[in-house]
Write a protein that binds this ligand. Structure first.
Ligand SMILES: Nc1ncnc2c1ncn2[C@@H]1O[C@H](COP(=O)(O)OP(=O)(O)OP(=O)(O)O)[C@@H](O)[C@H]1O
Ligand SMILES: [Mg+2]
Length: 441
């Protein structure tokens, strides 16, 4: 882009000044000194020697011719430069009519320069941009600002719309009675098309994400409602199986041999286990519906009673517990209790075979993130299966070795995700497990 300062004017200004200076000097009879001219190639005319008027007039005429040529050369250089730039250079009078245009105008608009001069520039704009342009121009002429840059749509001779950027400013020309407005116009259609395409793409992407999220939310709600009602419906037949097996046992009390009694016992155990699974499923389904109740509290304080409860359940076990105090968070307290209970219970459960079990709850800082951890020195597991752990009913250990329904970690993950956090794990068989999690905000 060319600066609206239009530097080449300087080329013209110097010789003009020289000519005017000389002419004025002559008129008022000022004697010129013989010091060299500031304009390269122009020597100051020598002062006429007394008694030689003809020679002096000839020298003077010669000097004027030289000056004239220099002025013409300079103007030609300036004209060529102005005509060769790719930006449109324009000049408007105070009413907004075109006083000057360079050749780039024809290339941009398709209109002849000669036919365009004298017409208001606004006539060449898109009708929707005219009012804005008129107001800006009026503001500049009122003196609100001396310069402006704005994007306007120009209508070409063929009727095509081109996006342009106009940069201009007021020029106070002392020889004219009113100020003029001069500047440049650049074709920015390619940039504008790229910008608009990008904006459209972004909008499309956003609306696609919104639609996809809505779909996912709807299908999640459906799934939750489904698992909730299925779980409820499963309860009735389960109660029937459990109840009738008891009736059978009572009715056949003396006629039952040991094997049959054991079978009935197994049926009841299976019923109990299924009832537990159903409860866990219902809990998981209701989790997503429950609103988050964020408050600020000390997470470490929640861990202490859980450990007390575990010790009370199995007082004979030797478990060393280390809890970092003062881990203050902003989260849903009830749900965070469920998170810690599941993780600490797992740590307790899977260290059952250790002579001295060790469990730790703490946190580390990574950048501005706080990462909490629950770790133990228990049986651990093969990390090849780690991806499954957070899915409902996925268990890596046999129920006979370590009882459980396999819903705990799925619940934990769902709670943390509702807090915009996440959970991951490190482990190896026999090497304990280290669960780490974050909470959003
Ligand atoms: N601390 C741990 N050490 C070793 N394995 C673990 C640990 N925590 C979880 N696991 C593995 O992940 C599986 C899933 O854990 P999760 O808590 O979901 O289920 P669970 O403890 O078996 O049953 P629930 O928690 O529903 O009573 C466990 O069965 C176990 O195989
Ligand atoms: Mg568990």
């Amino acid at each position: 882009m060319l600066s609206p300062d239009i530097a080449p004017l300087a080329f013209a200004a110097l010789p003009i000044a020289a000519v005017l200076g000389y002419a004025v000097g002559r008129r008022v009879g000022v004697r010129r000194s013989s010091s060299p001219s500031l304009v390269p190639g122009l020597a100051a005319p020598p002062a006429p020697a007394p008694g030689a008027p003809d020679d002096a007039a000839a020298i003077e005429a010669q000097s004027l011719r030289t000056l004239n040529r220099a002025l013409q050369d300079s103007q030609e250089r300036y004209r060529q430069m102005v005509e060769s730039v790719s930006s449109v250079i324009f000049r408007l009078d105070a009413s907004g009519k075109l006083l000057f245009l360079n050749a780039a105008w024809k290339r941009l608009s398709g209109f002849d320069v000669a036919h365009s001069l004298g017409r208001p520039l606004i006539d060449f704009l898109h009708p929707d941009d005219r009012d804005t342009a008129r107001e800006r121009f009026a503001g500049i002429m009122r003196g609100d600002a001396r310069a402006c840059t704005c994007q306007l749509r120009l209508r070409t001779r063929e009727g095509e719309m081109r996006w342009t950027e106009l940069t201009g400013r007021i020029i106070d020309d002392e020889s004219a009675h009113e100020p003029s407005f001069t500047g440049i116009i650049d074709d920015i259609s390619a940039r504008k098309v790229a910008e608009l395409t990008l904006r459209n793409l972004n909008q499309e992407l956003e609306s696609r994400v919104r639609a996809r999220t809505a779909e996912l939310e709807a299908s999640n709600r459906e799934l939750e409602a489904f698992s909730y009602s299925v779980s409820h419906d499963l309860r009735a037949p389960l109660r029937a199986i459990d109840g009738f097996s008891r009736i059978l046992e009572d009715d056949l009390a003396d006629r039952l041999d040991d094997a049959s009694r054991e079978h009935l016992e197994r049926i009841r155990k299976a019923c109990e286990r299924m009832a537990n699974l159903i409860d866990a499923l219902i809990k998981l389904a209701t989790l997503a519906r429950q609103p988050l109740n964020r408050e600020t509290f000390d997470l470490s304080e929640l861990a202490l009673p859980i450990i007390d409860e575990l010790r009370a359940e199995e007082p004979a076990r030797h478990v060393e517990v280390e809890i970092t105090r003062g881990l203050v968070v902003n989260a849903d307290k009830v749900l965070m209790y469920t998170v810690l209970e599941n993780l600490l219970r797992n740590a307790w459960k899977f260290t059952a075979r250790e002579a001295v079990a060790r469990i730790a709850f703490g946190a580390t800082h990574e950048g501005n993130r706080v990462i909490f951890h629950v770790e133990d020195n228990g049986v651990g597991f093969d990390m090849g299966h780690a991806g499954q752990l957070f899915r409902p009913f996925q268990r890596l250990h046999k129920a006979t070795d370590f009882p459980g329904t396999g819903i705990g970690l799925a619940t934990v993950q769902r709670i943390l995700e509702r807090h915009e956090g996440s959970i991951w794990v490190d482990s190896r068989p026999g090497g304990g497990a280290r669960f780490r999690f974050t909470l959003g905000h």
